[in-house]
Design a protein around this ligand. Structure first.
Ligand code: F6P
Length: 494
């Protein structure tokens, strides 16, 4: 699918994956730490709230089209029914089932907040000094992975495709393989897979590799992460492997390793962006700020996202280019995340102090220099912000992919707006047309943001067309189809 008309068809027509049923002969069993909707009980009724984050944004539209069962934690401690049907009325095209996994407070503390988010998360994002590992966390991580594996095994029917997601569940594939030797099992990691030197800081690196190698296909966002995984297999295990084919031999089985850059439902975002209500809301946002230029950051509040460094660069730019003072506003939307983890609380305080400092230095002349909003927004409102913003600043210190960059491009149906992207975001390699920054180089980033502010309309349009072309072609259905084709081919070549 190389030419533009194919891209248009793919991006704006019916998702092609639905047409090829051979790719999904049985049901789709998805397992991830969280369900796509947080569930709780209110007066005995199940109440749904859509989750945030890349994984949900990417997978919800898919299972909404294919149907299936999604197994995951509810996000609450309420005892929920064994299965909950997610009906069309809640946004899904086809009903699908949620199978809630109830976790205890102790499990959430040590498996989710602990091993996953105080251990693996910082380490895999190259924050090795922040990574904390201890026995209790690890034992609970193992026990909860077992709980997930048991729930999947109980649900499994012959012919189903089991697809396990993310760093919380890296032991599950091997647990499944033991009980279901012939099952088709895919695994996808939504965060970076680090170099072997970093991986080895994890006292359980070998167990993680063993866990992942239970799958038929282990998928990563980009080649770099897949290569890092192959290096780790080569360095830390005795398995034979074929690097060129990205295959690992595990007993009689061949495990395929590949890269699949995750994406968004391009058409969905473009449709919302083109609605008159969205255009009106975007105009309201533009009118609200008196600034000539509006820049936007949208992130979960996370130290990996480089929000402090972004603010520092903006402060420096305003200092160096006083003509922008009063004419430039940066809106930072930060969705609260993992608020019980100390590093996140610290980050929040740091950001608030810096926003105060910048406002103190450059406020008072026309529009405010920074508008910091510490809450999430529904998709429709976010798209209005995307349409209102002259620039989007996606400058993580490290990020598996980053879907905000792709959402911004999809939402710019007017082909206006400039994207500034960090070279440490997985999306960077795909998104030619963006202005690339190194977020560790504050002065360089300040200059690049200034360059983005100064781009003329024609140059912006040219760049945005390139961005939109790639995101419309490489959308979430393209990602799914590539993953499914690859997983199917592993079994048929066995
Ligand atoms: O993309 C990484 C990820 O951990 C996803 O698994 C998750 O959906 C998202 O970030 C949000 O994180 P959390 O579930 O910890 O709030």
């Amino acid at each position: 699918m190389e030419n533009e008309s194919d891209a248009r068809e793919h991006g704006q027509g019916e998702p092609r994956v639905l047409l090829d049923e051979r790719l999904l002969p049985g049901r789709f069993l998805i397992a991830s730490n969280r369900l796509p909707y947080a569930l709780k009980l209110e007066d005995g009724e199940v109440v749904f709230q859509r989750g945030a984050g890349g994984l949900v944004t990417a997978l919800d539209p898919i299972i909404s089209h294919t149907g299936g069962v999604w197994i995951g934690w509810t996000g609450s401690y309420d005892q929920l029914p064994e299965k909950v049907l997610l009906k069309k009325g809640l946004g899904s095209v086809q009903d699908y089932e949620l199978k809630p996994l109830n976790l205890t407070q102790q499990e959430v503390e040590h498996y989710y907040l602990g091993h996953s988010n105080r251990g693996i998360w910082p380490l895999f994002h190259y924050f090795q000094q922040r990574a904390e590992f201890n026995r209790e966390q690890w034992q609970t991580y193992q026990a909860v992975n077992r709980k997930f594996a048991d729930a999947i095994i109980a649900e499994y029917r012959e012919g189903d495709l089991v697809w396990v997601h993310d760093y919380h569940l890296m032991l599950v594939p091997a647990m499944l393989r033991e009980a279901l030797p012939d099952a088709l099992i895919g695994f996808f990691l939504h965060i970076p897979f680090p170099s072997v030197e970093i991986l080895q800081v994890d006292p359980h690196a070998e167990e993680i590799l063993r866990g992942l190698l239970g799958a038929d296909l282990v998928g990563f966002h980009i080649d770099r992460y897949a290569h890092n995984f192959m290096d780790a297999v080569a360095g830390l295990t005795d398995h034979r492997y074929r690097r060129g084919e990205q295959l690992v031999e595990v007993g009689q089985r061949a495990v395929k390793v590949g890269s699949f850059p995750i994406s968004i439902d391009f058409k969905h975002f473009a449709d919302i962006a083109a609605m008159p209500e969205t255009e009106a809301k975007a105009q309201e946002i533009r009118d609200h700020y008196q600034a000539k230029t509006i820049a936007l950051g949208v992130d979960r509040l996370d130290y990996t996202k480089g929000i402090l460094e972004r603010l520092e660069a903006i402060e420096l730019m305003l200092e160096k280019h006083p003509e922008l003072q009063g004419n430039f506003t940066f809106i930072q939307i930060s969705a609260p995340s993992r608020t019980k983890v100390h590093a996140y609380q610290q980050m929040r305080e740091g950001i608030e102090q810096m926003v105060g400092r910048i406002t103190g230095r450059f406020g008072g002349k026309g529009g405010a220099p920074v508008d910091y909003r510490y809450h999430g927004y529904p998709q429709e409102e976010l798209v209005a912000f995307y349409r209102a913003a002259d620039l989007a600043l996606v400058t993580p210190l490290r990020d598996g992919m980053n879907l905000v960059a792709k959402e911004y491009a999809a939402s710019r149906v007017d082909e206006d707006g400039a994207l500034v992207i960090s070279k440490f975001a997985g999306a960077y390699g795909e998104l030619r047309g963006a202005i690339v920054v190194n977020p560790y180089d504050i002065e360089g980033m300040a200059e690049s943001i200034y360059q983005a502010v100064m781009l003329d309309r024609e140059e912006k349009r040219r760049r945005m067309q390139r961005l939109r072309k790639v995101v419309s072609r490489n959308d979430i259905y393209w990602w799914l189809e590539r993953f499914l084709r690859e997983v199917a081919s592993v079994k048929s070549n066995a």
